[in-house]
Design a protein around this ligand. Structure first.
Ligand SMILES: CC(C)(COP(=O)(O)OP(=O)(O)OC[C@H]1O[C@@H](n2cnc3c(N)ncnc32)[C@H](O)[C@@H]1OP(=O)(O)O)[C@@H](O)C(=O)NCCC(=O)NCCS
Length: 225
């Protein structure tokens, strides 16, 4: 099984809203805060582009992303739910979407920036803290961003988000000093279920993207849509 992904910057957004369905235009009109509106709009645009590319649909208004009760996005084409699972993340002026056929997927974008020791102490497990400490300082901020991002991706796979204690989700970044090119593997263990998820990470300028999936077959690296 291959996971598809797409990342777009805000500069890729069209001016008008004719690519949104009538229902989605109503949802957008109901969002009060400008930042939430622009995040939501960019997230919907990248998700629709990714779904159109993976299904061969030519009109974006035929594709709809409707949140489930828990907030997780579910994809529809011409009003019918489709099998694939998708995940959306927005950060700064960018948004990403991951798509997996027949499996649950989670993705998360984070900025590589300095985070406090308190952040790491409060949200990371002992093993994660030790791994970050061992990483040379040139790669430490990225290692922290990757660990946090992979936790959020796994929590999206479980569809619980940050309702779950982030220390019940343990991330292992295989090579935190890897070069910026390509995708690199990671693993996530979730307790108390003792489930192990495979995932991948990728760097794009100042952003890192992680993608996590709940099936074993996700061992092949994600493909650009
Ligand atoms: C899921 C969550 C971790 C994402 O937060 P984030 O990293 O700040 O934001 P991201 O941009 O990476 O992800 C946001 C997207 O995650 C998706 N998402 C939201 N809830 C989700 C869930 N339970 N499971 C999977 N994905 C979810 C949505 O697609 C959302 O974008 P959209 O609302 O524009 O469609 C966070 O929203 C969360 O914990 N939600 C559950 C708890 C909750 O509802 N809290 C209310 C506010 S305190």
């Amino acid at each position: 099984m291959t996971i598809g992904w797409m990342l777009l910057r805000a500069s890729a957004l069209p001016e008008g809203d004719d690519w949104l369905s009538a229902h989605e235009r109503k949802v957008l009109a109901g969002l009060k805060f400008p930042k939430r509106r622009s995040d939501w709009r960019l997230g919907r645009f990248v998700a629709k582009q990714a779904l159109a590319s993976s299904t061969g649909i030519d009109r974006l208004d035929r594709v709809e992303i409707i949140p489930d009760e828990d907030g997780a996005p579910d994809p529809f084409i011409d009003g019918k739910a489709i099998e694939s699972s998708i995940s959306i993340s927005h950060r700064e002026d960018a948004a990403a979407c991951a798509i997996a056929p027949d499996a649950r997927v989670g993705c998360d974008l984070e900025v590589v920036e300095q985070r406090s020791r308190r952040f790491v102490n409060d949200f990371f497990t002992d093993r994660e803290r030790a791994a970050v400490q061992r990483t040379p300082s040139a790669h430490r901020d990225r290692h922290v961003a990757l660990t946090w991002s992979a936790k959020e991706s796994a929590l999206k796979v479980l569809r619980v988000g940050l309702r779950r204690d982030t220390r019940r989700v343990e991330v292992e970044i295989e090579d935190p000093e890897a070069t910026e090119e390509n995708w690199h593997p990671l693993r996530v263990t979730v307790s108390p279920e003792r489930r192990c998820f495979h995932g991948w990470w990728h760097q794009d300028e100042d952003l890192v993207l992680t993608v996590v999936c709940d099936v074993r077959g996700a061992e092949t690296r994600p493909v650009t849509l």
